[in-house]
Design a protein around this ligand. Structure first.
Ligand code: ATP
Ligand code: MG
Length: 263
């Protein structure tokens, strides 16, 4: 679905993305992780065409994105920004969500918008001004205004930062429903619990390079990598590692393994 070949990018400040290579299959959920400033947001800005690679290629369903406009790429890849305020500009929630579909001249806009507002639990705010919404609601609005265009690939940049537990759970619930529908997910996050909850594969970045790409358990088991990138595992994974049960994220599974080892 998405193939990145030898992508290089450089800001005037000197920061570089170096020889990025990876592939994403339809329906996969991938976490892009790495320290602050490792280049995660820069990479996805290249994927969605906001920045253009200095060299290398990005293929979307086999088509080179260098020949596609940002709007064309957006039909397939939806990107929800790190800070929802950057994305919100209309004067009502409904207008905000209707903007994309109107631009794309989609059919049945009224119906689709209503459906997305319900899915994201924002229907009751449809006539409110977006800036009156709480942080959690704004985050869902940013997601709704992307979802409404039905992108096959959804990229979320730190979707739960600044959200309390209830709002974070609500957002995770919405994302899990999207995964069940077969949507492809790319999640950028520093929250390893969230990443382990939503992703089976991880791309680990450091100083503009991908230093690991593989199954989440495999990567979380690699102590050298963890040290090099100062990754902090979810508490349950730390415990399961100490108990020498490998990486376990599910408390029940850990309990079963512990029981079995005591029999
Ligand atoms: N517009 C820009 N011009 C110049 N340098 C930039 C620009 N945007 C980002 N950078 C630099 O590029 C590097 C990578 O930034 P990027 O935002 O991609 O990191 P990140 O991995 O998303 O970090 P975080 O986890 O903090 O969001 C940083 O050193 C940053 O200062
Ligand atoms: Mg970032």
């Amino acid at each position: 679905m998405l193939k990145v070949e030898d992508l290089c990018y450089e800001y005037e400040s000197g920061f570089k993305l170096k020889n990025i290579n990876f592939e994403v299959k339809g329906g996969e959920s991938i976490g892009i992780i790495g320290e602050n400033g490792s280049g995660k947001t820069t990479l996805v800005k290249n994927l969605i065409g906001l920045l253009r690679p200095k060299s290398g290629k990005i293929l979307l369903n086999g088509e080179d994105t260098s020949k596609m406009s940002v709007a064309e790429i957006a039909r397939t890849i939806g990107f929800v920004f790190q800070n929802p305020d950057n994305q919100i500009f209309a004067s009502t929630v409904k207008e905000e969500v209707s903007f994309g579909p109107q631009n794309l001249k989609m059919d049945n806009i009224e119906e689709i918008v209503e459906d997305v507002l319900k899915k994201t639990d924002l229907f009751k705010y449809k006539d409110s001004h977006p800036f009156k919404l709480s942080g959690g609601e704004k985050q869902r609005l940013a997601l709704a205004s992307i979802l409404v265009m039905n992108p096959k690939i959804l990229i979320l940049d730190e979707p739960t930062s600044g959200l309390d537990l209830r709002n974070a759970r609500k957002l995770i619930g919405i994302v899990k429903n999207l995964q069940r529908e077969g949507r492809t997910l790319i999640l950028i996050s520093h929250d390893m619990k969230l990443v382990s909850d939503l992703c089976e594969r991880i791309i680990l970045m450091k100083s503009g390079e991908i230093i690991a790409d593989g199954g989440i358990k495999e990567i979380f088991n690699d102590s050298n990598l963890l040290e090099k990138t100062r990754l902090d595992l979810p508490e349950i994974a730390k415990l399961s590692k100490i108990l020498e049960f490998g990486i376990v994220f599910d408390p029940e599974e850990l309990y079963r393994k512990w029981r079995a080892s005591n029999d």
